[in-house]
Design a protein around this ligand. Structure first.
Ligand code: SAM
Ligand code: SF4
Length: 394
């Protein structure tokens, strides 16, 4: 094992676990807000949590911060500013760090966006999902298409030059024409980044319990194909399974997950991954906001060392999602494992033209990209215990 934290980039994820209402498809750690937001108590806990975390990463530069949720746009710019200032004062925050905040069009406005910008946020990720009011109602969103457009315009007015729009397809009752209209509406707003997710029915959600009727597979495939082509035509290039961007506007934060970088996870239910003393450790924070806020100290609720087999699998899980794949030297730098030891596992996949190797770069072929799960099955360790990607996307 030859693993040096100095060569592993570090980012910070901060979770806010409240929403105005719980969407029926959502399995993120988010709770409908019944009373007033306990902003100050949560902020107090967050700063203690961060202070503990910084002790583990002393001197390591933080390249990005992602405020995810839940709905971080329910939180005041003052509180967001306090967190950013705290990180800058107590840790080594890069001067040009990417700092993203997720906003829900039904819980945000221009003035707020201006406040976030002044606080140091330089990228907004807006959860639009669709521009079709009938579909927005179907999926239980709290906003309509007019508010979605107003949020994007408000973000521009506030001076944001790095915007992501989250869009979903394969929605209940959605036709190909509906999906095409959503793509057109999104590109008309000229976002720098777009995340295009197929709706999935996740366990422990209302939609899983009472599944709505979804478009059939063929329809969904056609929606996706259309989206891919239109986005490419509009200069939004696919660099990950669900992520599209103009050149130079990839999400640095999410790219770090996919490249198996390190990240601190702060806030209720957040999890982190850190390299130290030649090992990779994963940890989680208490999921329930009340438990989290009552903690006071020792915020990590579980901690596990990632074994070599899991390291291989987890690395591949993210890296193969990137259209450019990975290099064998990055594999070595992030896992400490000799790349020669995985070559026998990659060889049959290259032979089957699911993966392609050029020099030391390995990536999925166009066909392989359609069979990522099958490829990962082949790379699976004998026993598996893999946590989900960190909460928060794009
Ligand atoms: C934490 S949410 C984004 C911010 C904010 N909470 C909102 O919804 O506006 C992250 C994104 O994941 C996507 N997402 C959530 N649940 C999903 C599901 N079951 N299937 C597909 N995409 C999903 C949505 O596009 C959502 O905007
Ligand atoms: S999709 Fe976003 S707004 Fe809806 S419940 Fe999940 S985190 Fe909250």
């Amino acid at each position: 094992m030859n693993l040096d934290a100095e060569h592993v980039p570090l980012s910070l994820y901060v979770h806010f676990p409240w929403c105005v209402r719980k969407c029926p498809y959502c399995d993120f750690n988010s709770h409908a807000l019944r009373d007033a937001l306990p902003e100050q108590s949560y902020l107090d806990a967050l700063l203690l949590d961060l202070d503990e975390e910084f002790a583990h990463v002393r001197g390591r530069p933080i390249t990005s911060i992602f405020f995810g949720g839940g709905t971080p746009s329910l939180v005041s710019p003052r509180a967001i500013g306090t967190v950013i200032d705290f990180v800058a004062a107590r840790a080594a925050l890069d001067a040009d760090a990417e700092i993203t905040l997720e906003a829900n069009p039904g819980a945000s406005d221009r003035a707020r966006f201006g406040g976030y910008r002044e606080a140091g946020v330089n990228r907004l990720s807006i959860g639009v999902q669709s521009f079709n009011n009938r579909l927005l109602t179907q999926i239980g969103r709290i906003h309509d298409a007019r508010q979605a457009r107003a949020a994007v315009e408000g973000a521009r007015d506030a001076g944001f030059t790095d915007l992501n729009i989250d869009l979903m397809f394969g929605l209940p009752g959605q036709t190909r024409a509906d999906a095409a209209a959503d793509i057109e509406a999104a590109v008309a707003l000229s976002p720098e980044h777009l995340s295009y997710y197929q709706l999935t029915l996740e366990p422990n959600t209302l939609f899983h319990e009472k599944p709505p009727v979804l478009p059939d597979e063929e329809e969904i495939f056609a929606m996706h194909e259309y989206g891919l082509e239109r986005l490419r035509g509009k200069g939004l290039f696919r660099y990950e399974v669900s992520a599209f961007s103009r050149s130079g506007h990839e999400s640095r934060h999410n790219r770090n997950y996919w490249e198996f970088g390190d990240y601190i996870g702060a806030g209720a239910g957040a999890h982190g991954k850190l390299t130290a003393a030649g090992r990779v450790t994963r940890y989680t924070k208490p999921r329930h906001p009340r438990e989290y806020m009552g903690r006071g100290e020792r915020f990590r609720s579980s901690e596990t060392m990632v074994g070599d087999e899991e390291l291989v699998f987890e690395f591949m899980l993210g890296a193969l999602r990137l259209t450019e794949g990975f290099t064998l030297s990055t594999f070595h730098a992030r896992t400490g494992i000799d790349p020669g030891s995985i070559e026998p596992r990659l060889a049959p996949l290259i032979e089957a033209r699911l993966l392609r190797r050029a020099g030391e770069r390995v990536r999925a072929t166009e066909r392989g990209y359609l069979y990522l799960n099958e490829i990962l099955e082949e790379l699976l360790p004998p026993r598996r215990d893999v946590p989900a990607q960190s909460e928060g996307a794009a």
